[in-house]
Design a protein around this ligand. Structure first.
Ligand code: VAH
Length: 310
C-alpha cells in the first residue's frame, strides 16, 4: 500500500491515478493539504510540515511505501525561500522519519534544478558539480543527500529521479520555471498563439508525464542490488527551447504564433540549469527508457487538451 503526499499537485494527481490502475485503488492513499469535492478515496488531509499527520495517515492505512511529492516549485520557492525550506526540506525530513519508524520504501523526486551555473550544461553527467543558486536547487541537493543518508545510516530503501520539466494536461504545474511548456499547448489550442516567459534558444530538459510516471514504477520495482545512484537518477526525454515546441505545434496548428515576454526571474533560473542531461545511469541500473519525443508528446498533448477543453 502506498501513501502519496502532494496528491493534488501536477505529478501527484496523475501519479495517484496511474498507481491505482497498476496496484488497485484501495492500495493507493492520496494526501494533501486540500482536496476537491470529487477527489477519490482513499484520501487523507495531510500537511507534511506536521510529522504526526504523515505518521497517522501511514499507520492508519498500514502502508509499506511513501511517495513524497509535496513541494514548492522553483519560481514559487524563489519568492518565499524560508517557506520553501520548511516545506521542501522540513516536510521531506518528516516523511523520511515516518518511513524510518515504520520501515517503508521511499520515493521522492529531485530535479534538474539541483544543478547550478557551474555544472556542465551539455549532456550533464550523473555525478558532477552541484552548486545551485536557487532555494529550490538547494532544497533538492539537500533532499538527495538526506535520502542517501537514510539509506546508508538506517538501510531505508530510498530511491529518486532528477525530473526535467514535466508536460502534462490534467493538473497545471504551480510556480515552476518550465510551466511554459504546459501553457503553450493550452494557449495554442485556445488562441493559436502563446507569449513565452522563457527566452528564445533557452534549452531545458523536458519529459511527457506518462514517461515520468512509468519511471517511478520501474525504479521502485527495480532490483535493489543493481541500484548505485539511488538519490537521484538523471532522467530526461527531450532537450528543447520554446521554439522547438512551436515547430511541433505548427504541424497540427499551422498558423500558431509564438511571441516572447521574458520574465527575468524565471529566465535567470532557467539559465542556471543544464541544457541536456545524461540519463545513461538510469538506463543501465533499472532500464529507464522514455517513449515520448517532441512530436509524439505534442500530438497526444493537443488531443488531450482539445478533449478537456471542449
Ligand atoms: C520547476 N517543473 O519548474 C519544476 C521542475 C525542472 C523543473 O523542477 O520548478
Amino acid at each position: 500500500k502506498i501513501l502519496v503526499t502532494g496528491a493534488m499537485g501536477q505529478i501527484g494527481s496523475e501519479l495517484v491515478r496511474k498507481l491505482r490502475e497498476h496496484y488497485g485503488s484501495s492500495n493507493v492513499i492520496g494526501s494533501d493539504i486540500w482536496k476537491k469535492q470529487e477527489t477519490e478515496e482513499p484520501f487523507e488531509m495531510v500537511d507534511v510540515t506536521d510529522a504526526k499527520a504523515i505518521y497517522d495517515a501511514a499507520e492508519r492505512h498500514n502502508v509499506d511505501t511513501i511517495m513524497h511529492l509535496a513541494a514548492l516549485l522553483s519560481a514559487k520557492a524563489e519568492s518565499n525561500p524560508q517557506l520553501a525550506w520548511d516545506l521542501n526540506v522540513g516536510g521531506l525530513m518528516n516523511a523520511l522519519e515516518v518511513a524510518r519508524e515504520l520501515d517503508l520504501q521511499f520515493f521522492t523526486p529531485s530535479s534538474i534544478g539541483a544543478f547550478g551555473p557551474t555544472t556542465p550544461k551539455q549532456n550533464t553527467p550523473q555525478e558532477t558539480i552541484m552548486r545551485p543558486t536557487t532555494m529550490y536547487g538547494v532544497n533538492k541537493v539537500t533532499g538527495e543527500l538526506l535520502c542517501d543518508y537514510y539509506y546508508y545510516r538506517y538501510g531505508l530503501d530510498t530511491r529518486g529521479v532528477r525530473y526535467p520539466g514535466l508536460v502534462s494536461y490534467m493538473t497545471p504545474p504551480g510556480g515552476g520555471t518550465t510551466d511554459y511548456a504546459v501553457e503553450i499547448y493550452h494557449e495554442a489550442m485556445k488562441h493559436k498563439r502563446y507569449t513565452s516567459f522563457i527566452a528564445q534558444n533557452t534549452y531545458m530538459d523536458m519529459m511527457y508525464m506518462p514517461d515520468a510516471l512509468d519511471a517511478i514504477i520501474k525504479l521502485m520495482e527495480a532490483n535493489p542490488e543493481k541500484l548505485v545512484h539511488r538519490n537521484a537518477y538523471n532522467i530526461s526525454a527531450i532537450s528543447a527551447a520554446p521554439d522547438d515546441f512551436a515547430v511541433a505545434i505548427r504541424k497540427h496548428i499551422p498558423d500558431f504564433e509564438l511571441n516572447y515576454d521574458v520574465d527575468p526571474v524565471r529566465q535567470q533560473i532557467a539559465e542556471s540549469w543544464p541544457n541536456s542531461i545524461d540519463s545513461s545511469a538510469a538506463a543501465e541500473e533499472w532500464g529507464f527508457k522514455a517513449e515520448y519525443d517532441m512530436d509524439k508528446m505534442t500530438t497526444d498533448m493537443l488531443a488531450k487538451v482539445r478533449k478537456i477543453g471542449v
